[in-house]
Design a protein around this ligand. Structure first.
Ligand code: GAF
Length: 388
C-alpha cells in the first residue's frame, strides 16, 4: 500500500523533497449514539480501515489536492490565502476546512503543500470517512509544520472545521475516535469533560461485524440538526425544574421524575433516548470490563430499539438488517451505528456463526429490500499517525 501511494504521489506531483505519509482511521461506535452533543458518553473504536495521505511542503502558498478515490476530479488547486468553502471544491473542503481552523487558532503556515489521498472506508457508509480526512489533515499539519498540538485538540479542530466550514453540526465522537483510537480497545469518552478511558475489547470467541445497508437517506443532515434542536428544547424546559447543564447529567430515575416539564411528546422521547442511552453506555462499558459480553450485547439491542422508536433515526433497511441479525443463533448483539437514516449496523457475532450471519443477512436483505448488503468482519486499530 505504502509503495503504491508513494509512486502515485510522484506520478502526480513529481519526485524530490521531503515526502511524508500518514493514516487516520474511520470508526465504528459500539454504543452511545446521539449522546455526544448531549453531554453523555460514547463508546467507539477506531478501525483498521481509514484514510491515507501523502504530503510534501511547497515553496509557494499553493495547495494542491488529489484523491485516488475521485480520479476523474483530478488535482484540485487552492491557496493558503483563500480558504473559503466552495461547493465546486467537493471533498477538498474537508482538508481546506482543517487548514482554515488551524489558521483561526493562530497557527501560521509559511507555505502550501501537495497532498494525495486514498481511503478504504466504503463511501457514504457512516463509518466516518470525513472525520478521518479531517484528523488526517490535522496530523499532517502538526508533523509537516512542526505545530505544538495534541491529538484531542486535533479532534476538536476537526469538529470545529466540520461545524463552521462544512456546515454539519456534529459532535466530537468521530474525530476523537479517529485521533485517539487504540488497537483492540474501545474509547469510553465522557463528551462533557473529554475525559476518556481505553477499554480492552476482548472478544476471544466473537467478532465485530459491520453490515453496510448501502443506503443513505437524504434527510441525514437536516434530521440530525432537528434532533439536536429537539434535545435542546427539552433541556431548556428541564432546566426550569432541575439544575442540569446537559441531558447526560440525568439518571433514568431523575428523568422520570422531571420529564413532565417537557411539554412536547416528541422532544420528551428524544430526551428520554439521550438520558437512557447515556446510562446504557455507562452500564455497557462496565459489563464489557467485567467480561460479560452477553450483557453488553443486550445493551446494544436495547440501544437499537431506543434509536428506532424514541429517537427515530433508523430506517426500514436498517431495521431489516438488525432484525435478521437478532434471529441468528450466535449473534450477541446488533444495532444501528452512527448518525442513522441508512449507513451501517454493528453486530457482535460468535466466531462459529459468522459465516451463517453473512449468508442469512445477505439473503434476507436481498429478499426484503432488494439490495445487496456488504459485510465486513473488522479489527480495531490505532488512531491517526505518521507512517514510517
Ligand atoms: C454522527 C456525528 F458526526 C457524531 O458526532 C454523532 O453524533 C453520531 O452521528 C451519532 O451518535 O456520526
Amino acid at each position: 500500500m505504502k509503495e503504491k501511494l508513494y509512486s502515485a504521489f510522484i506520478g502526480k506531483y513529481g519526485d524530490g523533497g521531503d515526502i511524508r505519509m500518514y493514516f487516520a482511521p474511520g470508526r465504528v461506535n459500539l454504543i452511545g449514539e446521539h449522546t455526544d452533543y448531549n453531554g453523555g458518553h460514547v463508546f467507539p473504536c477506531a478501525l483498521t480501515l481509514g484514510t491515507y495521505g501523502v504530503a510534501r511542503k511547497r515553496q509557494d502558498s499553493k495547495l494542491r489536492f488529489y484523491s485516488m478515490n475521485f480520479e476523474s476530479i483530478g488535482i484540485v488547486e487552492s491557496d493558503l490565502n483563500d480558504l473559503v468553502p466552495d461547493k465546486k471544491a467537493g471533498w477538498t473542503n474537508y482538508p481546506k476546512g482543517v487548514l482554515w481552523a488551524f489558521k483561526e487558532r493562530g497557527y501560521q503556515m509559511d507555505c502550501g503543500m501537495d497532498v494525495l489521498i486514498y481511503g478504504d472506508i466504503p463511501n457514504g457508509s457512516g463509518l466516518s470517512s470525513s472525520a478521518s480526512l479531517e484528523v488526517l489533515t490535522g496530523v499532517m499539519l502538526k508533523d509537516l509544520y512542526g505545530f505544538e498540538v495534541s491529538l484531542p485538540d486535533i479532534a476538536l479542530i476537526g469538529q470545529y472545521s466540520e461545524n463552521n466550514f462544512n456546515g454539519c453540526n456534529c459532535g466530537i465522537m468521530d474525530q476523537f475516535a479517529s485521533a485517539m483510537g487504540k488497537k483492540d480497545h474501545a474509547i469510553f469518552l465522557d463528551t462533557n469533560t473529554l475525559e476518556y478511558e481505553y477499554a480492552p475489547v476482548k472478544l476471544e470467541d466473537a467478532k465485530i461485524v459491520i453490515t453496510n445497508s448501502k443506503v443513505k437517506h437524504s434527510l441525514v443532515d437536516s434530521a440530525y440538526n432537528d434532533r439536536r434542536n429537539e434535545c435542546e428544547r427539552a433541556l431548556k424546559e428541564l432546566k426550569e425544574v432541575t439544575d442540569i447543564q446537559a441531558l447526560g447529567d440525568l439518571t433514568e430515575e431523575e428523568f422520570e421524575k422531571y420529564k413532565e416539564a417537557i411539554k412536547d411528546d416528541v422532544c420528551r422521547r428524544r430526551a428520554k433516548h439521550a438520558v437512557y442511552e447515556n446510562q446504557r453506555t455507562i452500564h455497557a462499558e462496565a459489563a464489557l470490563k467485567a467480561g460479560n459480553v452477553e450483557q453488553f450485547g443486550k445493551y446494544m439491542n436495547e440501544s437499537h430499539v431506543s434509536l428506532r422508536d424514541d429517537y427515530e433515526v433508523s430506517c426500514e433497511e436498517i431495521d431489516v438488517l438488525v432484525e435478521l441479525a437478532w434471529k441468528i443463533p450466535g449473534v450477541i448483539g446488533s444495532r444501528i451505528t452512527g448518525g442513522g437514516f441508512g449507513g451501517c449496523t454493528v453486530s457482535i457475532v460468535k466466531n462459529e456463526a459468522v459465516d451463517t450471519f453473512i449468508e442469512e443477512v445477505q439473503k434476507g436483505y436481498q429478499e426484503k429490500c432488494h439490495k445487496k448488503a456488504e459485510i465486513y468482519v473488522v479489527d480495531i486499530g490505532d488512531g491517526a499517525h505518521r507512517l514510517s
